[in-house]
Design a protein around this ligand. Sequence first.
Ligand code: CU
Length: 327
Amino acid sequence: MSREKSVHRRTVLRAAAGTGVLLTLSPGLLLTGCDGGVKAVESETLGLDSDEYDVELNLHAMPDSVPILPGAPSEVWRYRAELLKGPENTVTENPDSYLGPTIRLRRGQTVKIHIHNKLPEDTTVHWHGLHVPSDVDGQPRLPIRPGETMTVGFEVLDRAGLFWYHSHAHGKQGGRVGFQSYAGLAGLLIVEDEEEAGLKLPSGDNELLLVLQDRTLAGNNELVYMGGGMGAMMDRMHGFLGDRVLANGAPPTTRKVATRPYRIRVLNGSNARIYKLAWSDGRPVTVIGADGGLLQEPEDRPYAVLAPAQRLDIWVDLSEFQPGDTL
Ligand SMILES: [Cu+2]
């Protein structure tokens, strides 16, 4: 049976203002191929179809080789992006890391993304936490085949906050979501809006982004996922735990900062590991935001717990420190 079938879709998007409720009506969307897959034709846009978009970019899912530990570089799968249209700060590459570029969007923008699969297997991209039409949100029934491109469109409906995008591919035996994200297919996505801008939170150099992940690397720095034997069974039951923690794709290190207030935005991008975050001097962790964006008011906690896929927005005032101090 031929898979050369176009996907006909007329997607009607209705967002109930303020509630985040979203209806997607897609008559005649699914024309299933013999293996259950659907081929999206390049000229068509899944999701929001518009003549004009505020932002347009290419997103490539591809193999790469990047340094993680000293010695040989590691073979990874990662995202790279090219901004075709939109504000210059929309895409910030993380060239020295396997992490995908940080994508910065504004509420209300219309966005068109061409996802190019340069991997040897199916993939799809899930926009974690964003309210986007379900067809563009990494549906297993809409895989992107190797060598193919899927174009997706959506409007940024969410209020300001930290989101992320990652692979959502489901292989024949399942479990490829974990594997592909582990291999590096993940990146941060930031939504900004007027309300947040009015708060004048630390920004630019005073906004630190931190992606926490755990990885196991073998002798020649190869990434190891799901070991053999008993270990593999436990991994499958409880989720994979790496034997070292990485911060932004590298071993944790100190970072030079100024004696000023900072905003630290943290994602737990691990498969299964839960982190407990606290300051070394025992000061409370001032949480200003979480998965749903900014909190009503800051909360001081002795420590913060971050489960996989969760995000935290932390505020800290370093102005009482002296140059040379370490926290
Ligand atoms: Cu997710």
